[in-house]
Design a protein around this ligand. Structure first.
Ligand code: MG
Ligand code: MG
Ligand code: MG
Length: 305
């Protein structure tokens, strides 16, 4: 059995890519099963319900298993026992993260906006038809990762593939579905602060420092007005509880096209140096910032070296 599985703290791309990849592998004659490393978030739940797909089963240990990694290629987001698994393949759109394998593997890594974009190209390459429901879910994953094409990570290939998937799924107004999805994502009231901080949270190691960066993408930042201070207090608590050098929480306004970044750091000067800004009241505004991958990490990492 080949397991297809996305990263820890799964996002929509990571869950849907595992489902699409399992379908493709089965169609190619390899018995495959999609699994997930963590809870399904509300946005992904919306996509699964919309296209009548089941959430993959939870699986966190892969020792002795064949694994096709989707939407990540580093150890920090991988299962803890990845070194004891047999990595059969990787499909991903992130920077390389220092992975070592013991055997040759099938590697599909491209600088596009979403892993599902690459998987669509794999279906085309192998001349396998994509079922309607899976195509619709893949389309949503691309709209999520590219913030409905607004993110600087979005390429012409992503928009082209999205349109092709919408056609297969029989969807005309895909941007409307994208917006509906981001509205679901924007429902943050009443959710425990730590759950919000960790909803889309990634760990990084920058020059020996433990860094955690969360991101919440919403249609209007005003929804945080009543509890932004609570979120700041929570990332400070998280920082001391789990020994982080810096924890950032990126509050992205997809309409205003920018992010309010909340800061808990032992080296606020490094954060200020990264963007040449001033951190006031544990936060700063970053105009135009939509992408953690392209507009946050590449600035913070060199500031630490
Ligand atoms: Mg992802
Ligand atoms: Mg992705
Ligand atoms: Mg994302």
């Amino acid at each position: 059995m080949l397991y297809t599985c996305g990263h820890k703290i799964p996002d929509s791309d990571s869950i849907i890519s595992a489902i699409a990849m399992a379908y493709l592998q089965n169609a190619l004659g390899t018995e495959a099963k999609a699994v997930r490393q963590g809870d399904v978030n509300p946005e992904t739940q919306f996509i699964l319900e919309k296209f009548n797909l089941d959430a993959p089963e939870l699986k966190t240990s892969f020792a002795g298993c064949d694994l096709f990694m989707t939407d990540y290629n580093n150890y920090t987001e991988a299962p803890d026992d990845l070194k004891e698994a047999n990595i059969v393949g990787i499909v991903d759109h992130h920077k390389l993260g220092g992975l070592v394998t013991s055997a040759p593997l099938d590697c599909w890594i491209r600088a596009v906006g979403c892993t599902n974009t690459i998987i669509k190209e794999m279906f085309d390459y192998y001349e396998i038809e994509i079922p309607k429901d899976i195509a619709g879910a893949m389309m949503c994953a691309i709209l999520s990762d590219t913030v409905i094409f607004k993110s600087p990570t979005c390429t012409k290939i992503d928009t082209k593939v999205t349109k092709a998937l919408a056609k297969i799924a029989g969807i005309e107004d895909f941007k409307a579905i994208g917006l509906e999805m981001f509205k679901v994502k924007s429902q943050v009231e009443g959710v425990p602060f730590r759950d919000l901080v960790k909803r889309d949270f990634k760990n990084f190691e920058m020059n020996g420092n433990k860094i955690g960066i969360g991101q919440l993408e919403v249609v209007d930042l005003a929804i945080f007005d009543n509890f932004k201070d609570d979120l700041i207090a929570d990332i400070k608590k998280l920082k001391s509880e789990e020994g982080y050098e810096t924890v950032l929480l990126i509050l992205t306004d997809i309409m205003a096209m920018g992010s309010q970044i909340l800061v808990a750091s032992s080296s606020v000067d490094v954060v200020e140096k990264a963007w040449n800004i001033k951190v006031e009241n544990d936060q700063f505004w970053l105009k135009g910032c939509l992408s953690r991958k392209k507009q946050v990490i590449p600035f913070l990492e060199p500031a630490y070296s």
